[in-house]
Design a protein around this ligand. Structure first.
Ligand code: NAD
Length: 467
């Protein structure tokens, strides 16, 4: 499989782009609900009228099957946009708040207002969904947006650059393509929000650039999302669900199970079930149309290097020409090896024995808080302990990865796995400023009691009503 050239936006059209887009927001262009709805409709049309082009781009970049392309990218994003389109009127309503007696009579409410010019920087692993998903939130909240797709997924990036201007209003939405130089040029400008998805090293560069202008950031990062399998788990179901979540997109998923810690007494049985589940789901993975490819040669070699950290039980084969890396299970894993120190982000699944839930919780101590943590147990007390005694962006109980699909759940990390959240209403909120509004009638002025001069009576009343 060839690795196509990266298309880049010329420097001149990046200069001053944030200020230009902010002016579009301050002019009031993006504020009306009708305008936002039109933009969301445009986004849905862009996806649905070009399905075969999106499928081809995703197949080019990652060898994604048609079903996976819809499940995790095209249909997923259409669903997110349609949901925002339907709910927008509700999200835009002011929210009344109760007020203390001391402020009565008055009305208090919060209103969501657009932040202004926003920058969305996307990664390569779900190159459509992770670019357009945040865009849905930005548009719904009435912002202008520059979208910077990942140069590491060049086919999808080029298609976004071609189709976005045809379906969305170029006065408020632009696509800038390219890599580090173009992103650096964008980061030098003043934005009203930067929404970054990717690795935590670049997140530090983004956060430092944002700090210069006191720009808020949403950082959607990754890390090592662990799985704990307790001896009470239904091992067959656990293996089916873990295998699906891990082999999806060939493990190049931010919430993919990174590694498994399993109660020692059921470790062999779990490994056998994982092998069965893998064979059932993918047959011969190299021949399976449902198994994705590794994004590029550099990532493939990185994955090959990680194999040294354990014994390959199944898989391990790689083919650089095909960008193929077999679903691989590792046992006898060295905790100090790179495979247990860095995010795997590929189809290698280390399985480590542990002594009960105490052992698992102990192993989590002192580690970075992951984006997701999964526990498989039929014993509810075990799941509750894991919920109480560990911290992660999300927790899946007897399920892996699928929480990503719940629009009613916030998606985001904590600590090293990120800050901020999105999906559904949470996207709208992240791209809005919640303005506090307090409004008092003037007919009677109850505030008079706190105006100086502070007589004894006023002092007594003030202490009583404020206390
Ligand atoms: P990537 O290499 O595509 O980089 C992401 C973006 O950062 C790109 O648009 C790229 O142009 C830009 N970039 C790269 N280097 C830069 C630099 N020096 N300065 C400025 N911009 C730069 O993607 P990646 O980081 O390899 O993505 C994989 C990581 O992202 C993993 O850690 C994964 O877990 C995480 N991730 C998180 C989520 C989430 O929703 N939390 C989703 C997907 C991936």
């Amino acid at each position: 499989m060839s690795e196509p050239d990266v298309q880049t936006t010329p420097d001149a059209s990046v200069d001053g782009i944030a200020a230009e887009l902010r002016a579009a927001v301050t002019s009031g262009l993006t504020r009306p609900r009708h305008y936002r709805e039109q933009q969301l409709d445009g986004l849905v049309r862009m996806l649905l009228q070009n399905v075969s082009l999106w499928e081809a781009a995703l197949a080019d970049d990652l060898g994604k099957s048609e079903v996976e392309a819809h499940l995790s990218e095209i249909a997923f994003t259409v669903g997110e946009a349609k949901h925002a389109r339907r709910q927008l009127w509700r999200w835009m309503l002011p929210s009344p708040v109760p007020l203390p007696l001391a402020l009565q009579p008055a009305l208090g409410r919060t209103v969501a207002e657009p932040l202004g010019a926003t920058l969305v920087i996307a990664p390569w692993n779900y190159p459509l969904q992770l670019a357009l998903g945040p865009l849905v939130g930005a548009l719904a909240a009435g912002n202008a947006v520059v979208l910077k797709p990942s140069e590491v997924a060049p086919a999808t990036s080029a298609l976004l650059a071609r189709l976005v201007p045809a379906y969305l209003d170029p006065r408020s939405v632009r696509v800038v393509t390219g890599g580090v130089p173009e992103t650096t040029a964008l980061l030098e400008q003043r934005w009203d929000l930067i929404f970054y998805t990717g690795n935590s090293q670049v997140a530090r560069i983004v956060a430092a650039a944002a700090a210069k202008h006191l720009t808020p950031t949403v950082l959607e990062l990754g890390g090592k999302s662990p799985v704990y399998v307790h001896r009470s788990a239904d091992l067959a179901v656990a293996a089916d669900r873990i295998a699906w979540g891990k082999w999806l997109n060939a493990g190049q998923t931010c919430v993919a199970p990174d590694h498994i810690r399993v109660d020692r007494e059921v470790a062999d049985e779990l490994v056998a079930e994982l092998r069965r589940a893998t064979a059932e789901q993918l047959g011969d993975p190299r021949a399976s149309p449902d198994y994705s490819r590794i994004i590029n040669g550099a990532h493939l070699s990185r994955l090959q290097g990680l194999l040294a950290g354990g014994t390959v039980v199944t898989g391990g084969e790689a083919d650089a020409d095909e960008r193929y890396f077999a679903p691989t299970i590792l046992t006898d894993v060295d905790e100090a090896a790179p495979v247990m120190r860095e995010e795997i982000f590929g189809p290698i699944l280390p399985v480590l024995p542990v002594d009960g839930v105490d052992g698992f919780i102990e192993a989590m101590r002192g580690r970075d808080k992951p984006l997701a943590l999964y526990v498989f147990a039929r014993d509810r007390a075990v799941a509750r302990r894991v919920e109480r005694e560990t911290s992660s962006g999300a927790l899946g109980v007897n399920v892996a990865v699928a929480h990503y699909g719940a629009k009613s759940l916030p998606f985001g990390g904590v600590g090293e796995s990120g800050t901020g959240r999105y999906h559904g209403r949470f996207s709208f909120e992240s791209f809005s400023h919640r303005k506090a509004v307090l409004s008092k009638p003037t007919a009677i002025d109850t505030l008079r009691v706190i105006y100086p001069p502070f007589t004894e009576l006023r002092a007594a009343v003030t202490k009583r009503i404020m206390g």
